[in-house]
Design a protein around this ligand. Structure first.
Ligand code: ATP
Ligand code: MG
Length: 268
């Protein structure tokens, strides 16, 4: 069982209670999407899984190696694509020949072999994000943690990278935890969707998604049903954030929910 989260809470020194009493067990090979309103603690939970942050209450254990991909690829401008990908191995003291071979194998997985000697500024946004995925894959992690990795990409590139990620997941059997604002993206990719409440983040719904692949979220009846269930819950949560943040302004406005949802970052 690679990820066990038990009654985890995180209170920041500022007093913000980011998440409260979250319990989740994520099994080997699951593809879990975390969704929830902006500010509900998704990134906080992922950072704790990555070991970049620690809970202030409860226990969190991740077994095996972890690779992380963020929304922004954050590549070194002065290193080639291959040397960006192999950087972590270099830090581990892996010799040059081996790290180049492993970086090239990782680049092959994301179809970027022909750009190994390019520099980040010569790549498109999608290619830079593929480089970041290759960088996360190069250490052969058991768990891949991804925080809105395709959020900044155009729809076509996002769809292409979704397919590539699914292929890597199917080929390698890695466990994936994937934060997204896109319900459609979560339904396309996941074996399980965990919906978090508005801050402080708690688990509001935990759904197994077992529709056959390749998936068509528009026509598959079980995906349509999951979409409706999640959308309704998410809309309520987003609305409650909007109410809290707009305070009295909100009351007289009776804003359409879709507008509030857009404003608060939920792609529903
Ligand atoms: N280092 C920090 N210090 C203080 N508060 C923080 C810190 N990091 C995050 N927070 C607060 O904790 C809450 C959860 O933040 P987090 O970034 O985890 O949310 P999120 O669900 O990832 O949001 P988004 O969907 O906008 O990315 C927010 O209210 C945020 O302002
Ligand atoms: Mg976040």
């Amino acid at each position: 069982m690679p990820i066990v989260v038990q009654n985890v809470g995180r209170v920041y020194p500022t007093g913000t209670v980011a998440i409260e009493n979250i319990s989740l067990t994520i099994n080997d090979g699951q593809f879990v999407s975390l969704i929830g309103p902006s500010g509900c603690g998704k990134s906080t939970l992922l950072s704790m899984m990555a070991g970049l942050d620690a809970p202030t209450s409860g226990n969190l254990a991740v077994s095996g190696r972890v690779g992380v991909v963020f929304q922004e690829p954050a590549l070194f401008a002065w290193r080639t694509v291959r040397d960006n990908v192999s950087f972590g191995l270099q830090m581990q003291g892996v010799g040059k020949e081996e790290r180049n071979a492993r970086a090239e194998a990782a680049l092959k997985m994301v179809h970027l072999s022909n750009f190994a000697r390019s520099y980040p500024h010569e790549l498109s946004g999608g290619m830079r994000q593929r480089t970041a995925i290759a960088r996360a894959l190069v250490t052969d992690p058991d768990v891949l943690l991804m925080d809105e990795p395709f959020g900044a990409l155009d729809a076509q590139t996002r769809s292409l990278l979704q397919s590539e990620l699914l292929r890597v997941w199917e080929q390698t059997g890695k466990t994936v935890v994937f934060v997204t604002h896109g319900l459609d993206e979560a339904l396309t990719l996941s074996t399980r969707i965990v919906l978090m409440s508005a801050r402080p983040g708690r688990v509001l719904a935990d759904l197994a998604i077992d529709a056959p692949r390749p998936r068509d979220t528009q026509t598959d009846p079980s995906l349509r049903a999951a979409y409706e269930t999640l959308r309704e819950l998410l809309t309520k949560e987003v609305e409650s954030v909007a109410r809290a943040e707009h305070d009295r302004d909100w009351e007289g406005m009776s804003k359409p929910v879709a507008t509030a949802a857009e404003q608060f970052g939920a792609d529903i």
